[in-house]
Design a protein around this ligand. Structure first.
Ligand code: MN
Length: 477
């Protein structure tokens, strides 16, 4: 017994204001429309999902699949059985205006025909013949509560019964360690190298699949909650699967990456605090490599090919950027970064493979300034507006079991960093100098030497003091 089509589409009509949405209205029975067409729509609603619709008895039996059609049999995906849609929906794509049910962009992701092996109220087995997907799929109901319990639909699962359509498909690795650069000089011969700006931030890999992005730092630390603006990478890549490599950076008013600004986000965990600080200090993901794409691991592909594939992804806009790379002229790029006050450049061999977790000579970081992690042994009060408060740090280098004073660092701070350092140093105050031979500047407030600072400088004087030291942040970890 098949209920009449008009009645089956009552749920569809009830949810929509058909005068306000471009979605099809419920017209008369479509004559001559044979059974067996299907469509999968990619629906960028409040939450990205894919809608699978199978033509059956004059309507489209429909499921919303949050992670899309599974491409292998290892992972079943949730498929929420929703209201039947009219046949006209087979061709629907466009924008459902804000304020309407399902507001957002609808794209046709795949379409074609299918044969049903089984079509029951709680289990459906079909063979799809789409432009993108072909193969045998089972849909089965997993819970009976569904709509009667206030949910929006019944929970089903979709399972691929055939082997992967692409026999060479490689599963996405769950974890990878980023490749590291060796510190050095510009290569003598620029041929065969590309040069990128070195960004001063936090290294992160983005694992993107099924419209969801997971950000991972080194040793697999998950960073997604700390940098929620990166979640939008999922919908930006749609159903594409990718592992991206890059640096999360916060930019100051002059457009330079500021590690100090980023530090104010690096230790936040409370979601509400993260959201608030993210509006004050937005983070940009500077993407420079592509390690996996749509079932292919690219680690053994040369850097030049990985970069070309990255650039073809069309990832523009949003909280991420793919910066230019410069082939052939590293010296000019290094000079430009020096003028702009940037950290330096990374030279990468065009034919080099990606070596996860390895520090390789195929990647060479060339820095404009020397940078060193130094121990804070005291502080000096400032002058003018900083009078009575922290104005400079007295720093030293551990040598032969002693702390050797190397200079005072009085620039590179902003007001909030000065305040933060003042609060961290206050409880460490002690009577005498911690430096070897009771060295250090006159009039300093001494502290127990436990905090370390990242300090940049141009060179050392003959007596071992730093020239032009600049504070670049507290050393974490
Ligand atoms: Mn939908």
């Amino acid at each position: 017994m098949t209920p009449p089509r008009e009645k089956k589409l009552g749920g569809y009509r009830a949810k929509r204001d058909l005068d306000a949405t471009p979605e099809p209205s419920v017209g008369g029975r479509s004559e001559g429309a044979g059974e067996g067409r299907f469509v999968v729509q990619e629906h960028h609603a409040r939450s990205l999902h894919w809608d699978l619709r199978l033509e059956r008895d004059g309507v489209l039996v429909s499921w919303a699949v949050p992670k899309g059609i599974p491409l292998d049999s290892k992972h079943n995906h949730l498929a929420v059985h929703v209201e039947d849609h009219p046949l006209e929906y087979l061709d629907f794509h466009g924008e459902i205006p804000a304020g309407n049910y399902g507001a957002g962009i609808v794209k046709i992701w795949d379409r074609g025909t299918y044969e049903a092996e089984k079509f029951r109220a709680d289990e459906v087995i079909v063979r799809l013949h789409g432009e993108r997907v072909s193969g045998r799929y089972a849909l089965f109901r997993t819970d009976r509560r569904g709509r009667s319990q206030g949910g929006d639909g019944e929970n089903w699962m979709i399972h691929r019964m055939d082997p992967p359509q692409d026999p060479e498909r490689e599963p996405m690795p769950e974890q990878l360690e980023p490749m590291l650069a060796h510190r050095g000089e510009l290569p003598a011969e620029a041929d065969g190298w590309a040069f990128e700006v070195k960004w001063d931030g936090v290294r992160a890999l983005a694992f993107v699949e099924a419209g969801r992005a997971r950000m991972c730092g080194r040793r697999g630390v998950v960073l997604t909650g700390r940098y929620p603006e990166m979640r939008a990478l999922g919908p930006a890549l749609g159903s594409r699967e990718a592992i991206l490599d890059g640096e999360l950076a916060a930019f100051d008013g002059a457009g330079r990456p500021s590690f100090q600004l980023l530090q104010r986000r690096m230790h936040l965990d409370s979601p509400s605090v993260v959201r608030r600080v993210a509006t004050q200090i937005p983070v940009v993901y500077v993407i420079f490599d592509l390690l996996y794409l749509d079932g292919r691991l690219l680690l053994d592909s040369p850097y030049s090919e990985r970069r070309a594939a990255l650039e073809q992804l069309g990832l523009a806009g949003g909280a991420w950027t793919i910066p230019a790379r410069n082939v052939g002229d590293g010296a000019a790029l290094l000079a430009a970064t020096r003028e702009q006050g940037l950290e330096g450049v990374v030279a990468k061999q065009l034919d080099s493979r990606y070596l996860p977790g390895r520090r390789s000579r195929a990647w060479v970081k060339v820095k404009n300034a020397q940078r060193e992690t130094l121990v804070i042994g005291g502080w000096l009060a400032g002058e003018g507006t900083r009078s009575g408060r922290l104005g400079a740090l007295a720093v030293g280098r551990p040598e032969d079991g002693e702390l050797r004073y190397v200079g005072r660092v009085g620039t590179g701070f902003d007001e909030s960093e000065l305040r933060r350092l003042g609060e961290l140093l206050a409880p460490l105050e002690r009577a005498g100098s911690p430096f070897a031979g009771r060295g250090g500047p006159k009039g300093a407030h001494w502290v127990t030497p436990s905090l370390r600072a990242e300090v940049e400088y141009t060179e050392r004087t003959s007596s071992g003091l730093l020239r032009h030291p600049i504070y670049r942040g507290l050393h974490e970890s």
